[in-house]
Design a protein around this ligand. Structure first.
Ligand SMILES: C[S@@+](CC[C@H](N)C(=O)[O-])C[C@H]1O[C@@H](n2cnc3c(N)ncnc32)[C@H](O)[C@@H]1O
Length: 211
């Protein structure tokens, strides 16, 4: 499945989930709050990839009331909910695909949660290069997302996808923490760390663009 078709499938998948999305994702509040907790003091500009309805932006604006955010997402219906949030006047909304949208920048930080576990390693490394490219030197990338526990489980998920690509995005293809670390380093990130979260199958990945 090419990237354009993939983005289109993802758009209709999330457009259809909109009525129950915030209720279902209330259980993931801590995986979203972690992003804000780990941002350096003085962060002024943030790119949120897969911002959806803006749930992770609620704690972000509590800690950094004057922060400027660019929110990228392929689903107009998810973004329409974000656009009604009380802080929406400080958010630049970009409706587009991670692999094609103009992110702008340079940003102090790029954040993402629950949004990047559908991409196989080659595409993910490409995306990580795009992310690094829109950070200022010293900027940070924080990604809180679903993982596979190890490379065997990762290979099984990827093989299941290869056997029936039409099921995508109704199936997840999360990667193992060691694969994520490797891809981030291949993309040029340094100081890559993996931290646990309150959910067994979620990790927080932090990485720095050091030059
Ligand atoms: C599970 S939701 C997460 C939303 C929000 N970050 C949260 O934690 O509540 C994943 C979001 O990523 C967006 N998304 C997935 N693939 C995308 C792509 N290729 N380009 C842009 N947005 C994408 C979806 O539209 C969806 O809103």
């Amino acid at each position: 499945m090419d990237l354009k078709t993939r983005a289109e499938e993802m758009r209709s998948f999330f457009d259809r989930k909109i009525d129950t999305y915030d209720e279902v994702h209330a259980a993931f509040a801590e995986t979203k709050r972690l992003l804000t907790d780990c941002l350096p003091d003085g962060t002024e500009t943030v790119l949120d990839l897969g911002a959806g309805t803006g749930l992770e932006l609620i704690p972000l604006f509590e800690r950094f009331p004057d922060i400027r955010v660019t929110a990228v997402d392929v689903s107009p219906k998810m973004l329409a909910v974000l656009a009604e949030r009380p802080f929406a006047d400080r958010v630049k909304i970009v409706c587009g695909d991670f692999f094609a949208a103009d992110f702008g920048g340079p940003f102090d930080a790029v954040i993402s949660t629950s949004a990047l576990h559908h991409f196989p390693p080659r595409e993910k490394e490409e995306l990580y290069r795009r992310i690094r490219g829109c950070l200022r030197p010293g900027g940070v990338f924080l990604n809180s997302d679903k993982i596979s526990p190890d490379r065997r489980a990762e290979a099984e998920a990827l093989a299941e996808y290869e056997a029936d690509p039409a099921r995508w995005p109704h199936m997840d293809t999360p990667l193992a923490p060691s694969t994520e670390t490797e891809l981030l380093e291949n993309a040029g990130f340094r100081q890559v760390f993996v931290a646990p979260t309150d959910r067994e199958n979620y990790r927080l990945f932090t990485a720095v663009r050091d030059e």
